[in-house]
Ligand binder design. Structure first.
Ligand code: ADP
Length: 714
């Protein structure tokens, strides 16, 4: 891609040259014919290789080796001899180039101008521009092009062209500008002037000697010639061929060079040794000082060596450029591949309905949750949800923040905002249910019925805290479940025994990793209604927190005055818990924190006497156990005497849990006997129930009964 870019920019530049140069050349009377067979060979099917092997093409020097009548410093006899045979891009004009011993100096900001090369220069000095135009009119189409020196001490590789450009325009002429121009420059033919753009064609090397005029700067010049050399010298030849082969390599790998070569070889003249060196240096991207070095070098062998260095460097740069381009192309194509595969994956997931992680799918999932009941959502919650949904769209799906926001939205949208189960305020129905589940407990039942009656009259029920206290196994938990059934509320139970972490009740802040809301929010999500019955077990065994007091947090949760706006740390939006009915259980009320106890309505369940236990065993426990064991009523008969013996001698605690365990044990044994009997199909050798009981309670035959007793008393 980089390659493509650079070549396209370059081609843009070339287009300008192509379109302007021929006209300019026509204006100033330049030759229109192509002087070099080089182009033909470049365009021929054999390409550059053919061209470079035709050594006859590089036989003479056209511009600099033309001897002449002027003050030539060096003259090559060999070059002079070859001059007649050579062809040149420069058409001799009147006066001849070599006749120009005083020229207007044109400062070049970026690069020196090489003979045979063409360069547009933007001139801002109006005096200089009008003087050049005036000269052109008088058929003096030559000027001296000299490279502008950088500020002493500046590194040319670090200074950009524009900065130098600004500098150069500050000089209007005079000695200062004279000193800031390199001594050696190029005699340049002005091919055209368009606006303040002057198009120059390099002709031959010059050295400025003295200033003649200040504005515009006009200088006296010497025309330079190459130091004579032996064309057949092996070392020079070898260097020359090395330059050719290196050039061939560059042309092969760089399309930019190919285009350059095609364009400039038209105007360069024959490829003599010196010209080839100029050609290589001019096409290279080397910095201006290195190019100036080549321009200043009159020893052809040295010039060839300098050029060779520049082109070799060019090859290296080209290789690096290619590797960069390749790496970027690979990266881009890799990314495109990933993108395509991802899109395909999304489409497949969508088809299969598995689209879970996609942002839009997530948003629509959340919207599906809230849209049907938007009117029931509190305004402040809706606002937060909308904000979070907007945030979700902006976040990167792989970021941790995204996951936090997604989980948060999941919780926010999953809560039963404004969803209430239809409460049953029918007192008769409630009484029936309560009696169905529990024997006795008239105080508790009475209180529940009162609660229902108030709800019936008001049409709505307000959350209350009922605390059932009593020894283990007296039915505190099961009555809670029964109340929920009677009221047609969802039931949720959690124990706070030993709870010391406030976060269990109020949740963690979202900033923590793995943060979760508190128990009550979890409860609301799991039951799906905003008015469940929440049974808080073991409230008398609440732990003491090291950071924060769980009792205070619980108070905030339970207190009907406060819990209308309960604030969970995770959710960070107030929730209305006033419709929740809280039932707490405790073994003793002394250890319940006072502020909590104050707000509770304590109903004590003292325990059952033997008679009550008989009823509970006969009407509830036996029935439920028999059903649980899959035994039909006609298959077994439990006598009152047996039950009484069990209660009086083996289940003397206040509650009935131990009694329930014993009954379950007896029924399990009966179930085994029944199954054995059915399998063997033998005449019944089953023991009577009394025999069974005796076996159960005989300490020598059954140790586990005692174990059961001991564990239950706690
Ligand atoms: P607690 O919570 O007080 O420790 P549970 O509620 O767990 O006691 O009760 C233990 C068992 O005793 C339960 O199966 C329950 O059904 C039963 N039970 C307790 N009291 C009664 C009662 N009055 N009528 C019927 N069953 C009862």
């Amino acid at each position: 891609m980089l390659k493509h870019l650079s070549s396209s920019c370059f081609q843009g530049r070339l287009r300008i040259l192509h379109t302007r140069f021929p006209d300019g050349a026509a204006n100033c009377g330049l030759a229109k014919r192509h002087l070099l067979r080089f182009i033909g060979s470049l365009r021929s099917s054999t390409g550059e290789a053919t061209f470079f092997r035709q050594t006859a093409l590089f036989s003479s020097e056209s511009g600099e080796g033309d001897g002449g009548t002027d003050k030539a410093v060096y003259a090559s006899s060999e070059a002079d001899a070859d001059e007649a045979k050579s062809s040149s891009a420069i058409v001799p004009t009147t006066p001849r180039p070599e006749d120009h011993l005083t020229v207007i100096a044109v400062p070049l900001p970026h690069r020196p101008l090489f003979p045979g090369f063409y360069m547009p220069v933007s001139i801002k000095d109006s005096k200089l521009l009008s003087a050049l135009a005036e000269n052109c009119k008088r058929s003096v189409t030559y000027a001296g092009a000299f490279l502008f020196k950088d500020e002493p001490g500046t590194d040319p590789s670090l200074v950009t062209g524009t900065e130098i450009g600004k500098n150069i325009y500050d000089f209007k002429g005079g000695q200062e500008l004279f000193d800031r121009l390199h001594d050696i420059g190029t005699l340049a033919q002005i091919s055209s002037i368009q606006g303040n753009e002057v198009y120059l064609l390099g002709h031959r090397r010059l050295r400025k000697t003295e200033m003649v005029d200040e504005e515009p700067l006009t200088v006296k010049v010497d025309h330079l010639k190459e130091i004579p050399y032996n064309k057949d010298d092996d070392v020079i030849k070898a260097t020359y061929f090395e330059v050719i082969s290196t050039l061939r390599d560059v042309l092969k790998i760089s399309s930019v060079w190919r285009e350059y070569a095609k364009t400039y070889s038209r105007y360069i003249g024959d490829f003599t040794y010196g010209r080839l060196a100029d050609f290589g240096a001019a096409l290279s991207m080397a910095n201006k000082l290195l190019c100036q070095q080549v321009l200043e070098e009159l020893d052809v062998h040295k010039r060839l060596k300098l050029t060779l260095e520049l082109i070799k460097k060019e090859i290296e740069i080209n290789k690096i450029q290619e590797s960069i381009a390749k790496a970027i192309e690979e990266k881009i194509s890799g990314e495109q591949r990933r993108y395509l595969l991802n899109e395909q994956l999304k489409a497949i997931k969508k088809e299969l309905g598995l689209e879970t992680d996609d942002k839009t799918a997530l948003s629509s999932k959340f919207r599906e949750r809230i849209d049907p009941k938007k009117d029931r959502f509190p305004a402040h919650v809706l606002q937060v949800i909308e904000e979070e949904l907007a945030k979700l769209q902006l976040l990167e799906a792989s970021s941790s923040e995204f996951n936090v926001t997604r989980n948060y939205l999941d919780w926010l949208t999953a809560l039963p905002w404004g969803d209430y189960s239809d409460e049953n305020f029918n007192v008769h129905n409630a009484q029936k249910i309560l009696d169905e589940d529990h024997y006795g407990l008239s105080d508790v039942k009475e209180r529940i019925l009162e609660f229902i009656a108030v709800g019936n009259l008001r049409g709505t029920s307000h959350g209350k805290i009922i605390c059932l206290s009593g020894p283990p196994g007296v039915g505190k938990t099961s009555i809670g479940r029964s109340i929920a059934r009677a009221l047609n509320r969802k039931f949720y139970r959690f124990s706070v025994g030993g709870l010391a972490d406030v976060a269990e009740i109020k949740g963690h802040r979202r900033t923590y990793i793995g943060a979760m809301p508190g128990k009550i929010v979890q409860c609301l999500k799991s039951v799906g209604t905003a008015n469940p019955l929440v049974l808080i077990d073991e409230i008398d065994k609440l732990g003491r927190g090291h950071a924060g007091d769980p009792a205070s947090a619980l108070l905030e949760l339970l207190d009907p005055e406060q819990n209308m706006n309960f604030l969970d740390h995770y959710l960070d939006v107030p929730i209305d818990l006033s419709k929740v009915l809280f039932v707490c259980t405790a073994n003793v009320i002394d250890t319940i924190p006072n502020p909590l106890l104050d707000r509770m309505e304590v109903i004590a369940i003292a325990g059952y006497i033997a008679d009550e236990k008989m009823h509970i065993a006969r009407d509830y426990l036996e029935k439920s156990t028999r059903e649980a064991c899959g035994i039909k009523p006609e298959q077994v008969e439990v006598t009152d005497a047996a039950l009484l013996e069990l209660i009086e001698n083996y289940c003397r605690e206040a509650g009935v849990r131990n009694l329930q365990k014993h009954i379950e044990k007896i029924y399990r044994k009966i179930a085994l006997l029944l199954v054995r009997k059915a399998i063997s199909n033998e005449p019944s050798n089953a023991k009577t129930f009394e025999e069974l009981e005796r076996a159960e309670i005989d300490p020598s035959t059954n140790q586990s009964t005692r174990v059961g007793e001991q564990t239950d008393t706690g």
